[in-house]
Design a protein around this ligand. Structure first.
Ligand code: ATP
Length: 230
């Protein structure tokens, strides 16, 4: 059994007094890919923000990993008007470790180049982010996440708007991360893709409806319970 990278118990989180998440317990195995699935509004993005520490939560979160997590949110915060190139965007992934004003060293550059190569965006390095297509932008944002070399990588629908080739690059990158011992938690609306994960957490109305192997979680019964309109 893999060790647990993150264990949650009685986690509650929400917005402006509105409680969205109420999770009795959930575990995310280390060096494995966990797919977080559930219908719109189930609380998937809220869970990712709580795991990333960008949204306050109550309850207990036991982390068994070093450093800060890398978080690729669903709607990235790079403003359209910012004159930011693809290289700059991926380089921001190094800020967590070095701060924004320090010069990039050789290790930073290697991490940035490797991430751009893996997502095949190096040829776009000098392009403005604002000039990219939606799918190209997603690839760059995943590259920014990879460049952080974090032990926990949180991806919120990284393949939204990505074409099959881009989806394949993202899948390969995620697999390489878990092979090298990193833990990945990925929100997905694609159940076929979620079935390929090592572990699956199915959220419904802010609670964990089922968790375990994808085969155990994504049964016709649970899918019916969660996705059938009431
Ligand atoms: N910034 C916010 N302020 C207030 N309420 C929010 C905010 N973000 C999300 N919510 C609410 O929290 C609930 C869960 O939203 P969340 O985005 O976590 O769901 P999700 O499962 O990621 O949905 P989707 O599949 O549509 O991305 C929804 O009812 C949503 O309206």
């Amino acid at each position: 059994m893999p060790r647990t990278a993150v264990a949650l118990s009685r986690l509650q989180a929400g917005y402006q007094g509105k409680q969205v998440l109420d999770i009795e317990s959930a575990e995310f195995p280390a060096a494995r890919l966990t797919a977080v699935v559930g219908p719109n509004g189930a609380g998937k993005s809220t869970l990712m923000a709580a795991l990333a520490g960008t949204l306050p939560s109550s309850g207990a979160q036991r982390n068994d990993y070093e450093g800060r997590p890398a978080f690729v949110p669903q709607h990235s915060a790079i403003p359209e008007a910012l004159p930011c190139t693809v290289f700059d965007a991926v380089a921001m992934g190094r800020w967590a470790e070095r701060g924004p004003w320090r010069r990039l060293n050789a290790a930073d550059r290697a991490a940035i180049d490797d991430a751009m190569d893996r997502l095949e965006v190096r040829h776009l390095a000098e392009q403005r982010m604002s000039a990219l297509s939606g799918g190209q932008r997603q690839r760059v944002l995943v590259a920014q996440g990879l460049a952080q070399r974090a032990e926990l990588l949180l991806l919120d629908e990284p393949d939204a708007g990505a074409d099959p080739k881009a989806r394949g690059l993202i899948t390969d990158a995620v697999r390489a991360e878990t092979r090298s011992g990193r833990t990945v938690v990925q929100v997905s609306h694609n159940l076929a893709e979620a079935r390929q994960a090592d572990h699956c957490v199915l959220l419904h109305r802010g609670r964990v409806h089922a968790a375990g192997t994808p085969d155990d979680v994504l049964t016709p019964t649970t899918i019916n319970e969660v996705w059938t309109p009431s």
